[in-house]
Unconditional design. Sequence first.
Length: 482
Amino acid sequence: MDLPQTVRNTIEEHQMVRPGETVVIGLSGGPDSLCLLHVLRTLRLELQIELYVAHLEHGIRGAASRADAEFVRNLAQSWHLPVSVEHADVPRYSQEQKLAMEEAARRVRYLFLGRVVTAVGAGSAAVGHNADDQVETILMHWMRGSGLEGLRGIPPVQELGAEPWWSGPPLRVIRPLLEVPRPEIEAYCARQGLQPRFDRSNLDLTYHRNRIRHELIPHLESFNPRIREILRRSAKTIADDYDYLRHQSLQAWDRLVEETEETISFPLEPWTRLHPSLQRQLLREAIRRLRKSLRDITWTHVEQARVGVEKLDTGGRITLPQGLFLTKGYHRFVIGESRPYPDLPLLWESPLALSVPGHNPLPDSPWVLHCQIMTGDGASPIILDNPDPWHAYLDLDKAGRDLTLRVRRTGDRFQPLGMGGQSKSLTDFMIDAKIPQHLRDLLPLVVSPQHIVWVAGYRVDERVQVTSETRQILHLWFAKEA
């Protein structure tokens, strides 16, 4: 293998660098990062880039780790490259954040690279992941039950910044060695007279990745010696399939989704026509946007939610990781915090014939709609200046006693009080009133056989308003019962 040419091809294929920019090299001192630095140093005039070396001493391996830092500092100086070396207490960070040591080290390392990139005005940070790292990652994700996003492996170019643990500007990470197997890297170092540092923790089988590297992959090679090549090729195909599926899902997202800071909702009827693969992708995207991460979200969680949308009764809910719930309404389902619906008198079953006068409990709710018939002056200030949107005063003779409580239906219209008798579609009224879309199908409507008389919480109909000529007043109000 012509290793520098392979790296050159990878950089060009994925447009990793631009002429004139600085690239920060994450240099641990091991074979991968040392090879990467040497190759990019060889190619830098051709690529028209500047190099900056960065090393993080993790505080894990004591004197050996400090010796690695000194090695990097001396190497950078001998090669006349600027360098930043920083010391961190990864074990403490791991304990504070309740993370495995590997994940804690990864986060601290990328946060460090992000700070260096920002400080020196670089375009990206290059790290030494190689083709065998790719194989190990694919197998790790496969055993965890990942979908297409995980099975595509390590991306050649990645932007970090949306993760909840991230701080600072986004970091563009590039991986020029991703097509180069580990033995080729070690052979290159030997040919060039490079003497990398050796990290003994890479032999520690208590680390999951090391067991995959030293036990699982050799076992798989006994079945097929080309298993590494096959897995890498499969990952590339999966990556292309994932990119296409993500493009399709984002188009569906723009058509279907109503999104707020706390909730994301989907319309049920169009949802049922989507392919299951698109449904899974949209559910994952919803969780990603609400929580900035898919960590701990497995295929099982997504599939439980996808199937639950069809099987749940109205008002039913599914618990998701990271404090999220999926709740099903009449015409939409919503993903959000544990209380995606406000503590309001929402109608989960409809229609409901009202007792006038009487007390009408809402199904599966602590709320009751009270209906009281009053006599008196229709010009009373308590009626004319009613401040509570969940109280309404109607002319009983105009509204009648044959009233029903229901949710909206296609084609509903009414004459909102204050519009001079002008008819307006209920949908337009709800949009103008800024009623969240996932609540519109649950908002109670009081209707007579002829028309809507009250959009609860918002407006009565002009045709049933109380006037000075009103003799009997129907007082409607919602109250929560203990």
